[in-house]
Write a protein that binds this ligand. Structure first.
Ligand code: UD1
Ligand code: CA
Length: 471
């Protein structure tokens, strides 16, 4: 059976009050229109055409060129939108799935249910509607059924009689049609209604008038939710996020506060990991087992090994090994590879560097563009000076190096294996293995300097303690 899909995405998104089309907004890490495309693909429909308007460049930017696009220059209603796909559908037999582009909650399951309903329907069936019971159906088209329970028509909210307004079953704007019958009905719709638009919904009444039947599958309202404004965007994001969190909790992840945790759809998390409040896990992040993540932590497109703790920190495009201690307040910037059992503590920033097993930088350190070996100790306030004003070049710090506090390691020196760096050094040339590098001026003590200074001013020096007692 030939299955085609038409996705309506030419609307102006007026209610979003945005410079962008609503269908490119992200929900749980995926643009709305991509959710729709993926659901169609998963339901077995590769042949997709998107009806686009002035935002077509943005939509093409998301979906790429493996699907077809048709420009609807003027937005004259959903019926008019689907009509633009007529050249694409003409001569086809089989079924056409019609979806709005603004419904990220649509699943392959829902689409398959409608396709299955067709298989079980009589040969006289022209279309299957996907409908839902809404607590508050305001704004939606209503499904009107006859005494026998069969659908007779869809009436838009603005065109409803007081009796029809009471109907709670709504049109989700998702349909499956017999392709030739859809084309035949589209040719006959008019714009004689409250909004002076060509309504796709009118095809239903027309097909029933032709003597066909129209079936409906009733779905969960949440699965049909669309995004028309930013309030609905927030609602849909919240529902999707909770579905993702529930999935992880069912798989053995502990999420302490589901109302303060955001996890993107592609994230994977191992068993017995604890996610503390204020955590955001983005992109294709992968977290191992027995980790503790949070509070207030953002991990974006990164891998975290088993047993690692990331406390109040930010990690982007990097990988961290097993049993590491990261944070609080650590910033791991893109392209870092942190190996197992590493400790990176408060106000430590690492960028485009590799850090070997067991290395520790517990406080106030910057490691940039550098290669750091195993068992290295960074004293508080160590800085790799990786920028000469033009190029970013890092240092090489070999295994077991001990760097005393407040040292500057100027690129691109090599600190040889097992060497020591004296505290407060500025190291500008290589330090051989097993050596002590000291890069600071020698200390000079001027004895009695303070007392001499007072005497030169003609005063007797009084010790601080004695002066205090006078206050
Ligand atoms: C539509 C349905 C309504 C249903 C509701 C569900 C019609 C007449 N009404 O109303 O029964 O309950 O969806 O959300 O179909 N679009 C175009 N070109 C146009 C107009 C719209 O591509 O000229 C696209 C929009 O971008 C959007 C989709 O079609 O993705 C639906 O349009 P929208 O204006 O949101 O329809 P509703 O008024 O919500
Ligand atoms: Ca809508």
């Amino acid at each position: 059976m030939e299955i085609s899909a038409v996705v309506m995405a030419a609307g102006k998104s007026t209610r979003m009050k945005s410079k962008h089309s609503k269908v490119v907004f992200q929900v749980s890490g995926k643009p709305i229109i991509q959710w729709v495309a993926d659901a169609l693909q998963e339901a077995g429909c590769q042949d997709q055409v998107y009806i686009v308007g002035e935002a077509q460049a943005e939509i093409r930017g998301v979906l790429g060129e493996n699907v077809a696009y048709v420009l609807q220059e003027e937005q004259r209603g959903t019926g008019h939108a689907v009509m633009q796909a007529a050249p694409f559908l003409e001569g086809r037999d089989g079924l056409t799935i019609v979806l709005p582009g603004d419904c990220p909650m649509v699943s392959a399951d829902t689409i398959k249910k409608a396709l299955d309903a067709f298989e079980n329907a009589t040969s006289n069936c022209a279309a299957i509607l996907i409908t839902a019971e809404a607590d508050d159906p305001t704004g939606y088209g209503r499904i009107i059924r006859g005494d026998d329970g069969n659908v007779t028509k869809i009436v838009e909210h603005k065109d409803c009689t007081p009796e029809e307004l009471k109907v709670k079953e709504i049109n989700s704007s998702m349909y499956v049609f017999k392709t030739p019958l859809l084309l035949s009905a589209l040719g006959r719709i008019g714009a004689n209604n409250a909004q002076k638009e060509y309504y796709l919904t009118d095809t239903i009444g027309i097909l029933i008038g032709d003597g066909y039947t129209v079936g409906a599958v009733v779905c969960d309202f949440d699965d049909t939710r669309g995004v028309n404004d930013r309030i609905q965007l927030a609602q849909v994001r919240d529902i999707m996020n909770h579905r993702i969190l529930n999935y992880h909790m069912k798989n053995g992840v502990e999420i302490v506060d589901p109302n303060a945790t955001w996890i993107h759809y592609a994230v994977e998390i191992g068993q017995d990991t604890v996610i503390l409040p204020g955590t955001t896990l983005l992109g294709n992040t992968n977290i191992g087992e027995d980790c503790i993540i949070g509070e207030n932590t953002r991990i974006d497109c990164s891998d975290i090994g088993d047993g690692t703790v990331v406390d109040n920190s930010i990690v982007t495009n990097s990988s961290i090994g097993k049993n590491c201690r990261i944070g609080p307040y650590t910033h791991i910037r893109p392209e870092c590879r942190i190996e197992d059992k590493v400790t990176l503590g408060a106000y430590v920033e690492v960028k485009a560097s590799t850090v070997g097993e067991n290395t520790r930088a517990r406080h106030l350190t910057y490691i940039g563009d550098s290669k750091v070996g195993r068992n290295v100790n960074f004293g508080c306030g160590t800085v790799t000076c990786n920028f000469d004003g033009q190029d970013k070049i890092g240092c090489t710090i070999e295994d077991n190096v001990f760097i005393g506090g407040n040292s500057n390691i100027v690129s691109s020196v090599v600190l040889g294996k097992d060497c020591y760096i004296a505290a407060g050094s500025t190291i500008t040339s290589d330090v051989p293995a097993l050596s002590l590098g000291i890069g600071r001026s020698k200390q000079l003590n001027k004895e009695n300097w303070v007392a001499n200074k007072s005497r030169m001013r003609g005063e007797n020096y009084i010790r601080l303690d004695d002066r205090r007692s006078e206050f």
